[in-house]
Write a protein that binds this ligand. Sequence first.
Ligand code: SF4
Length: 429
Amino acid sequence: MTPRRPTRPVFVGDDRVGVVQIGGGLPREGVPSDPAPVTVQTMTAGYTHDIDKCVAEIHRLASAGADIVRVAVPERKDTEALPEILNQSSVPIVADVHFHFKRALEAIEAGVHKIRLNPGNISDRAQVRAVIDACRDRHVPIRVGVNEGSIVERKDKHKRLKELGAVFSEHKHGYMLAIMVAKLEEYLELFTELDFHDVVISAKSMDATLVIDAYREISSRFDYPLHLGVTHAGPKETGCIRSVAALGTLLAQGVGDTIRISYASDPICEVEDGLELLYALGLRQRVGADLIACPTCGRIQVDLFSLVQDVRQKLADEIELPIKVAVMGCVVNGPGEAEGADVAVFAGDHRGIIYVQGQRVANVPEEEILDALLEECVAFQDRVRNGTAKLGDKKVEIVPPDPIGELGSGWEKMAAERMGHTDLTLGNT
Ligand code: SF4
């Protein structure tokens, strides 16, 4: 992992919902700063003017782990709803302003914590100046976000053809990358002229490779924090791969300070997958259990995939500490692959042996594995909380049987014979 790229820090929030820092590592107004953990954002799916539904959605997204939630304010009735939404929100709220700068002014007046402007939609300098002035007065940061879909001139054909002539010859993406960066640069000139630097920037595309190149380019040109995202990534099933390819590459190279994974599905998935990406890269301290499990494998003798999904759901409901839990299909390679797990189950012929930090604690039939495993996880969490156990303190230590020979029913007898004892025999606790 490359160390995080230092940026100016930006602060989003207030005393009531708390203040979330984006980026950092460079001084702000002469005060040194450290980089903040990468944050996760998402956007509500319902109408903002439907206050109760909007607030319920914000609470749901915040409970799933969203650090910041964005709401759309395309109409006056949406900004009119903001004071009550802000009053009830538990996380900082960003107002996404579409075509009318007045929605930005109204949102700022309502007390919103951050504004998102799209240079492709609001380009009049006087209007942008008015928004900047209002944000400065209220200490409200602005995200300047260019999108591939809105950046190309569409009304003026002559202008569009001229823009499409712009090329970054060293990049495979040619004109599109050039236009995105040029538009962002041009827009930010006004911010610099007005000495307004409370800014986060983004440059999104639906093409993961263009996203990587665009963020690399803008990270070398600006010291503002970066909001990473692949726009219009598609349904979760494919959008996940697209997003992780782009955002994972950038984050591993130290680029990116806040992320939004965009799916054509429930925004909860955006939050869960965003957090999982940050956990996987070690960029956030995990909240909740860390579950590992076997892939497809010919040695598995229980319905492992259903079990894993059930375990995942139960752990999400009951476990708050980063307990490492392993659900392994066999005891042959399982112990080695579950190295470091706090709680582990190794399946055999329709049974499961459960270990807690190296101690064998149960041997149960397949239909009891879920409850027994969860019970051990909850008990272990209690012990960690009361100080009688420590996460990751001991390894799962099982001497596995020699994985030679035919596995299947009766393998445990063969394994026990090979090991010269019966301790691992399934069915004997
Ligand atoms: S632990 Fe056993 S079941 Fe799981 S992948 Fe390894 S060999 Fe296969």
